[in-house]
Design a protein. Structure first.
Length: 155
């Protein structure tokens, strides 16, 4: 049992590696994703996983932005069902410059950084792509930055 808030955060973040990805509830228009063998992570054991960071900007071209309620609803409806075994959300602040935002000036915005640890499977890749697509469409974003690295995770 975790003894500190940090230990709890680590256990919550790594929950995805204990049970592996679970299928999102089946919808009428889609077949349920294929189940993947779980990655077993116990104290002292190390697993080879992917760490995916998704950066969601909260600004929008119309200046209205994405509210906390809209973000929470998106997280609950789109992200959590695709990675129900665990993820971490960090409030962040960043800036970007360039054609992606139609300006040569620096654009600063609040954002959410979502960390997901998962096996390297085609199903996980598809779920991540779908999350990015839905956010871009729903909030009229140019895109969602995704950074994925191979990592060794030890509990």
């Amino acid at each position: 049992m975790p003894r500190s808030p940090f230990a709890f955060l680590v256990v919550a973040t790594l929950a995805v590696v204990v049970a592996g990805p679970a299928a999102a509830p089946a919808r009428a228009e889609k077949a349920a994703p294929e189940q993947v063998a779980p990655v077993i992570l116990a104290p002292g054991l190390t697993a080879d996983l992917l760490e995916t960071k998704l950066l969601f900007g909260l600004a929008s071209a119309d200046g209205r932005g994405v509210s906390e309620q809209e973000w929470a609803r998106f997280l609950a409806e789109e992200v959590t069902p695709r990675f129900p075994d665990g993820l971490t959300v960090v409030a962040a602040y960043g800036q970007v410059k360039g054609e992606a935002h139609g300006t040569a000036q620096v654009v600063q915005e609040n954002m959410r950084l979502v960390l997901i640890y998962h096996p390297d499977t085609p199903e996980a890749v598809a779920r991540l792509a779908e999350i990015r697509r839905r956010y871009s469409e729903r909030f009229h974003q140019w895109g969602v930055l995704q950074v994925t690295n191979r990592v060794k995770v030890t509990l």
